[in-house]
Ligand binder design. Structure first.
Ligand code: HEC
Ligand code: HEC
Ligand code: HEC
Ligand code: HEC
Ligand code: HEC
Ligand code: HEC
Ligand code: HEC
Ligand code: HEC
Ligand code: HEC
Ligand code: HEC
Length: 325
């Protein structure tokens, strides 16, 4: 009963400062531990230092942080305003000389004040978010190029676009124009429809592999979804085992399916000699069953080299030599 009363008081306080007790609703049960309620109370008190001035009258949403995981006040890992923005004593005290209020210790977005250095902003977030998916953050392409956590994430808004599949690309494309251009090509991964997103292949927080890929190698990343290409097969095609990007481009191409070049040219990058002649006409398939002596070469028609070499990724058939079946 006692606990219940406390909860009611807290709920009332939350109501008074214009908050739906969203974060609280699920905990509003009689068996709630006293400590949780106390944690919540203490947390709101800490925030009140700031929320007495920064309330719902603000242009940008500030209090809506209570609708996010950063606002679950019954959880003692939850940040208060100062965990991110710093103790900000000067800001709190105001300016006695009347020259305006000094900025808080850490500003994440340019507004009245300039934003803090990107490394400082990252460090704030990293006080709680080190490790796990961010084990390789330090030294990652984003970190060394000053792309801070909140260049991708928003924390005061309950909707964080970069973590929503349908809207993630909007955030990435603000900086990666080339990938946006690729997404308009005729052959692409189903990225625009939100079926495959950038973070299905990349870990934007850093990676032990190349190009921020989720896995240690490019092929391993492709196998996450194209497991059937993993092999091993009886007859291997060396460039496939080596690197899918020998022939494919991941983001988009005008040559289907996601090819770097049009066969036969794609194949001729590595194969020469009379059999793989670039000529569309000529006796270039001599000695081969069904060869077209003096006739238009099958190399340049239809599926080009794949007219005969149908299993370019390698073959598991005992009769699959030269990838013909
Ligand atoms: C006495 C009132 C007051 C208190 C208390 C206060 N602030 Fe401010 N804060 C302001 C004013 C005034 C501004 C200038 C911008 C404005 O008019 O909103 C400001 C600006 C800011 C900005 C930058 C906003 C922008 O658009 O650039 C941040 C971030 C901020 N405060 C955070 C905090 C935090 C965190 C606390 C608690 C530690 C805090 N403030 C406490 C009055 C206050
Ligand atoms: C004082 C600790 C603390 C600080 C500082 C902090 N966070 Fe968090 N963050 C948390 C906790 C706790 C959660 C909830 C984790 C959970 O529920 O598993 C969280 C969750 C998140 C989530 C996932 C939210 C969700 O809905 O799943 C994101 C994204 C995030 N934080 C980004 C940031 C960013 C960006 C910063 C810096 C601007 C930051 N955090 C600073 C403690 C912190
Ligand atoms: C380049 C954009 C980008 C940057 C920079 C970025 N993130 Fe993320 N973050 C994402 C995306 C995309 C997701 C969702 C996909 C995922 O979970 O990997 C995410 C998910 C998260 C999550 C929730 C999932 C989890 O890992 O538990 C947290 C927490 C988080 N980020 C924290 C951070 C912190 C802290 C930083 C800075 C050190 C940071 N992010 C920098 C794009 C970014
Ligand atoms: C998890 C870290 C974190 C916490 C906790 C946090 N902020 Fe912020 N704050 C940010 C970031 C990052 C931004 C930049 C805008 C955004 O991400 O939504 C920001 C922006 C602001 C702004 C500027 C408004 C804007 O959107 O430009 C104000 C004012 C502010 N915060 C005040 C507060 C107050 C008051 C609290 C406590 C109720 C608080 N912040 C808690 C990280 C945090
Ligand atoms: C199907 C997996 C996949 C998806 C989805 C994907 N990428 Fe990639 N990305 C790769 C691979 C693989 C590479 C390395 C290419 C290489 O080495 O030839 C790469 C490379 C990059 C590079 C480095 C420049 C380059 O082209 O080598 C950037 C930047 C990039 N991707 C951004 C994005 C963005 C932004 C998205 C979302 C719109 C995205 N990627 C979606 C697999 C993917
Ligand atoms: C604020 C700008 C910005 C945003 C937003 C951003 N990036 Fe980046 N990204 C960069 C910069 C700068 C680099 C390093 C220079 C380069 O390689 O283009 C980079 C590098 C990369 C690379 C590695 C390129 C390589 O050559 O190894 C990948 C992959 C990548 N970003 C993916 C993403 C994804 C996925 C998102 C969205 C979740 C994203 N980025 C959002 C700025 C950004
Ligand atoms: C997150 C899952 C995922 C990953 C990882 C992935 N793909 Fe895909 N891939 C798909 C989906 C889904 C399709 C569309 C299949 C369909 O439409 O039937 C596809 C289609 C393709 C196609 C055929 C495109 C076309 O126009 O028909 C190629 C080629 C391809 N992927 C190559 C790759 C390569 C190379 C990699 C590694 C760099 C890779 N994929 C990584 C999910 C993935
Ligand atoms: C030697 C060039 C080459 C390499 C290397 C290669 N591919 Fe392909 N891939 C092709 C060609 C050519 C096609 C079109 C086949 C056709 O039309 O018969 C294709 C088609 C595909 C398709 C769509 C049709 C299908 O078979 O499902 C996927 C998915 C695919 N490749 C994935 C991969 C993956 C994953 C790797 C790396 C393990 C890879 N490819 C390596 C040449 C290559
Ligand atoms: C990146 C280089 C590269 C590309 C592109 C490439 N190949 Fe290959 N291919 C090789 C290598 C290396 C071998 C194995 C060594 C050899 O026998 O010459 C091979 C072997 C072959 C073989 C002979 C297999 C055997 O048992 O001797 C055939 C047939 C073949 N490739 C067809 C193709 C076709 C068709 C394409 C285009 C879709 C293609 N290759 C694209 C590098 C490549
Ligand atoms: C009309 C069917 C056909 C077409 C089209 C064709 N090939 Fe072949 N290819 C074969 C046959 C059959 C063999 C086996 C030859 C043998 O038994 O000696 C072969 C063998 C090969 C070999 C291995 C032997 C060698 O000569 O190196 C390679 C590599 C090869 N083809 C590449 C290609 C490339 C590249 C193209 C397209 C430019 C192509 N082929 C077009 C039927 C064809």
């Amino acid at each position: 009963m006692k606990i219940f009363k406390k909860l009611l008081v807290i709920s009332a306080v939350m109501g008074a400062i214009g908050l739906a007790p969203v974060a609280f609703a699920q905990n509003n049960l009689p068996d709630l531990g006293q400590s949780k309620a106390n944690i919540a109370k203490a947390a709101f008190k800490e925030d009140a230092k700031c929320t007495k001035c920064h309330d719902e009258s603000e242009n940008a949403p500030v209090l809506s942080i209570y609708q996010t995981k950063h606002g679950v006040k019954g959880d003692d890992r939850t940040p208060s305003c100062t965990s991110c923005h710093g103790q900000s004593d000067k800001h709190l005290a105001g300016d006695k000389d009347g020259k305006g209020r000094p900025s808080p210790d850490f500003v994440f977005k340019k507004g009245v004040y300039d934003k803090s250095a990107s490394q400082d902003r990252m460090d704030r977030c990293q006080t709680c978010h080190k490790g796990e998916k961010r084990t390789n953050w330090n030294g990652s392409q984003h970190q060394v190029n000053d792309v801070a956590c909140n260049d991708c994430h928003v924390v005061h808004n309950p909707v964080d676009k970069v973590r929503v599949k349908k809207t993630q690309t909007q955030v990435c494309y603000t900086c990666h124009k080339e990938q946006r251009a690729d997404s308009y090509k005729t052959s692409t991964h189903p990225i625009e429809v939100g079926k495959v997103v950038c973070s299905d292949c990349h870990n934007p927080h850093g990676s032990a592999g190349p190009s921020l890929l989720k896995k240690n190698t490019l092929n391993e990343t492709c196998f996450l979804c194209h497991a059937e290409k993993r092999g091993p097969v009886l007859f291997e095609h060396q460039p496939v085992v080596e690197n899918c990007a020998n022939c494919h481009t991941p983001h988009g191409s005008n040559i289907s399916p996601l090819l770097k070049d049009r066969p036969p040219f794609l194949c001729q990058d590595c194969h020469d000699g009379p059999h793989a002649s670039p000529s569309a006409y000529g006796p270039n398939i001599t000695g081969v069953q069904g060869g077209y002596q003096g006739k238009p070469s099958a190399n340049g028609m239809g599926r080009a080299c794949m007219n005969c070499h149908v299993m370019v990724h390698g073959s598991n058939s005992p009769a699959g030599g030269f990838f013909q079946r």
